[in-house]
Design a protein around this ligand. Structure first.
Ligand code: PLP
Length: 382
């Protein structure tokens, strides 16, 4: 089966009791035993649940993976994948990474006796420069947030494997529709299912996908022990979102391309970060690696910080809110939202000036999106 069909069929047979087309919701904390010799297939929802199991099956298949373990958030999934580390180990985290992951590396891991180093995913040789005898894991993502830089996944994997490292990849920004990092040699793929996978901004969730049986067992044991699990209803809602993911991603991509081209020619815009623009430095690698350029973009307003903030506050179709990957378009201001954990110097060093605005492009009529951004820039410079 191909992607769009798998999204509708894997793990989703007719309900055996009433032949319901849509899986029933098993909103039950516990399940009855027939007798002490016959435990039910799922006995307690922290350890497993039919709705969660269905979603795990389909997400694993969409990432071409053997196993998936679901979590109550993307961060819980990332922290679970890093639980493969123990005190005394060293991990390399890409310098251009989601703010929440940066926070884990800066604040949480050192407290557990884990050393954290940085590497640049654009320069895989930087892994060789930074690797230590106790390095166990490299963690990276592409396209990156908010600058939409695209690194060559296979090239990073190649160098990481020369050093025997486990490669963890956060595929949230691209979604499994646009790239499948396990196929490129990554050991673990993590997702914030909050974003494109559920797609409607109504659930928080996360997933860890792998082909490795031992890694899967360790992640599942962590999941069960820590209990950061999604509710049955959240799994049910996410599964509903999964069914339309392929279709949604096509519109996210075509709308984002049109918005990027519009902003690129706007006199009040200094720079547009979208890998689908031929002028983007990573256009060639994005074209080779991804089946579409995605729904995220960022742009630098050609003006003062006050004008950039005004533009950000002046949209009507774009909602001023954090997050991404939902059907509705959002505009965000990274210094106060996704990258608030970093200092101003850290942000500027990572190419996030205070005039940068980030867009999550939804599936509205693209002409309304373009008009809205045009008006917001007019208002900002009035
Ligand atoms: C790339 C990326 N990874 C992980 C996360 C964390 O996901 P969650 O908010 O579901 O914990 C986010 C959230 O914005 C993200 O953008």
């Amino acid at each position: 089966m191909r992607f769009a069909t798998k999204a509708l069929r894997v793990g989703q047979d007719l309900d055996p009791q009433f032949r319901a087309v849509i899986p029933p919701l098993y909103q039950s904390a516990t399940f009855g035993w027939e007798d002490l010799d016959h435990a039910p297939p799922f006995d307690y929802t922290r350890c497993g649940n039919p709705n969660r199991h269905q979603l795990e099956e389909v997400i694993a298949s969409l990432e071409n993976g053997k196993h998936c373990v679901l979590f109550s958030s993307g961060m819980a999934a990332i922290v679970a994948s890093l639980s493969l580390l123990q005190a005394g180990d060293h991990v390399l985290i890409a310098s251009d990474i989601y703010g929440g992951t940066f926070r884990v590396g800066e604040k949480l891991l050192p407290r557990q006796g884990i050393q954290v180093g940085e590497f640049c995913a654009h320069n895989p040789q930087s892994i060789t420069d930074a690797v230590q005898p106790n390095t166990k894991i490299v963690l990276f993502e592409t396209p990156t947030n908010p600058n939409l830089r695209v690194s060559d996944i296979s090239a990073v994997v190649k160098v990481a494997k020369q050093h025997g490292l486990i490669v963890i990849f956060d595929n949230t920004f691209a979604s499994p529709v646009l790239q499948n990092p396990l196929d490129l040699g990554c050991d673990i793929v993590v997702h914030s299912t909050t974003k494109y996978i559920s797609g409607h901004s109504d659930v928080i969730g996360g997933a860890v996908i792998t082909n490795d049986d031992d890694i899967h067992t360790a992640i599942y044991d962590w999941n069960k022990a820590v209990g950061a699990v999604p509710s049955p209803f959240d799994c049910w809602l996410t599964l509903r979102g999964v069914k339309t993911m392929a279709c949604r991603m096509k519109t996210h991509c075509t709308n984002a391309q049109a918005v990027a081209e519009f902003l690129d020619s706007h006199p009040r815009v200094a720079r547009v970060h979208y890998p689908g623009l031929a002028t983007h430095p990573d256009y060639p690698v994005a074209k080779k690696q991804m089946s579409g350029f995605g729904g995220m973009l960022a742009y630098e307003v050609d003006g003062t910080v006050a004008e950039a903030r005004k533009a950000c506050e002046s949209t009507h179709v774009f909602l001023l809110a954090e997050s991404l990957g939902g059907v509705e378009s959002l505009i965000a201001y990274p210094p106060l939202m996704s990258h608030a954990t970093m200092t101003e110097e850290q942000r500027v060093a990572k190419g996030i000036p205070p005039t940068l605005l980030r867009l999550s492009i939804g599936i509205e009529d693209v002409d309304d999106l373009i008009e809205d951004l045009d008006n917001s820039l007019k208002l900002a410079f009035a």
